[in-house]
Design a protein around this ligand. Structure first.
Ligand code: AMP
Length: 420
């Protein structure tokens, strides 16, 4: 046995559970693809300043959770803790926003890294599928993304999740609120670090999960009461569009999220079967991010859904995904000559697009049939010396149990006939 273990806060995805992860990624991305989002892939690491500037200097992600490194060439890099800043950086670098077809709609899927206190549902290496719509200020775009995420969870069979919705205002109204909140926070009994945070980024304090802090925040001023008319109207339109789509949500005036770049619409999908790490996905509008990382003004909106927690949510609800068997045909050969013949047939079937596996390792009939069963294949092909002498391959329908001899040349048709 190996003495090495996966690093703390990480885990390996292995069959059969790994198939569920793939299906979840696929179900989420299917929604984005169905709405005109194109696939984007960015590096696993970036200039550390992209995240410091974009995600925010006072966020936990930047101050505590980034995996940073200095290369031998002296570059300061960070493993990506989230996807939005990278995707926007890539869009700006490729001048996608200058091609006259805004919004640029992109989706992605990948691994993200945060040096967090590892616990159930919170890992140091985790997986997200995200979607970003760059360069348009349109409440229908915010609504589209929320509806797509809802549809993704729904299509997977999840039911026990809630959508929390809020508006964080814009550069007109947020500063006014920020000051009101700061004045309020200065009067509370908070530790030094939290007071410092209140000066740099007071909204962040609202996200403090500690009960003694939360208790003091009950009477905190709410951004909702400070929204300017434009933000209010925008938010009302988003709410109306989601409601018209039949998507149920809850207004959560204290929702601020863990990243600084959000403006106006913010939302989170929380699942009630997950305990403390209940957020399965989240997102919002980030109208200022492009300028923060050196680009032009590009109002944008997006989300990232956590694959790991979505799988945990499926397990919590007892949802079994209907995963079709990956192998349709399993070939069992007894004896050298039969192996040669059937191995050739396996290749032929695969080339015809039929997922086929083979009894490797020279097992006997019994062991090989067990493998065929385990593979979930609909059809087992069996050939031994006697079959070869008779010039046939036995084709067994594993569902009905029926078995019949078929000439090698007629095999493909016979298999197709059963698979339908
Ligand atoms: P965030 O942008 O931080 O809200 O992340 C979006 C989603 O990614 C969350 O709702 C989680 O489902 C997932 N996520 C974030 N951090 C972690 C983590 N450390 N472990 C597992 N999933 C995470």
């Amino acid at each position: 046995m190996s003495t090495f273990q996966a690093p703390k806060g990480t885990y390996d995805l292995i069959p059969p559970r790994s198939a569920v992860f793939l299906a979840v990624r696929d179900a989420i991305s299917a929604q984005a693809r169905s709405a005109g989002y194109g696939y984007v892939e960015t590096p696993g690491f970036e200039d550390v300043n992209l995240f410091a500037r974009g995600v925010g200097e006072s966020t936990d992600i930047v101050t505590k959770e980034m995996y940073t490194l200095t290369t031998k060439g002296g570059d300061q890099l960070a493993l990506r803790p989230e996807g939005t800043a990278s995707v926007l950086r890539a869009a700006l670098q490729a001048n996608l926003h200058k091609q006259g077809n805004l919004p640029v709609k992109l989706w992605y899927s990948g691994s993200y890294y945060r040096y967090e206190r590892a616990q159930a549902g919170r890992y140091r290496h985790f997986s997200q599928v995200g979607a970003e719509a760059i360069g348009a200020e349109d409440p229908a775009l915010d609504a589209e993304l929320i509806i797509l995420a809802d549809q993704a969870y729904r299509s997977l069979g999840l039911r026990q999740y809630r959508i929390l919705l809020n508006s964080l205002g814009d550069k007109e109204c947020r500063p006014v609120y920020r000051e009101a909140l700061q004045t309020f926070l200065r009067g509370l009994d908070l530790d030094e670090e939290t007071l410092r945070r209140a000066e740099i980024n007071p909204l962040r304090v609202l996200d403090d999960k500690r009960p003694d802090v939360q208790k003091q925040l009950v009477d905190a001023p709410l951004l909702r009461d400070y929204l300017c008319d434009a933000c209010k109207a925008y938010h009302e339109e988003v709410r109306a569009l989601i409601t018209a789509a039949g998507v149920v949500f809850e207004d959560d005036p204290k929702l601020v999220r863990g990243l600084d770049y959000y403006t106006r619409t913010t939302f989170e999908f929380v699942h009630d079967g997950l305990g403390a790490q209940s957020a399965v996905g989240g997102g919002g509008r980030y109208d200022g991010l492009s300028e923060m990382i050196g680009g032009p003004a590009l109002p944008s909106v997006g989300w990232a859904l956590g694959v790991d927690r979505t799988v945990l949510a499926l397990e919590a609800e007892g949802v079994e995904l209907d995963l079709p068997a990956t192998t349709s045909v399993f070939a069992v050969a007894i004896g050298e000559e039969a192996r040669r013949l059937l191995f050739g047939k396996v290749t032929e079937l695969r080339r015809a697009g039929i997922a086929t596996d083979f009894s490797f390792g020279g097992k006997g009939l019994k062991g090989s049939m067990k493998d065929a069963n385990r593979s979930g294949a609909r059809i087992a092909l069996v050939a031994g010396e006697r079959d070869l002498a008779e010039g046939v391959i036995q084709v067994k329908d594993m569902e009905s149990g029926e078995q019949r001899p078929v000439a090698p040349d007629a095999l493909l048709d016979a298999v197709r006939g059963i698979l339908g």
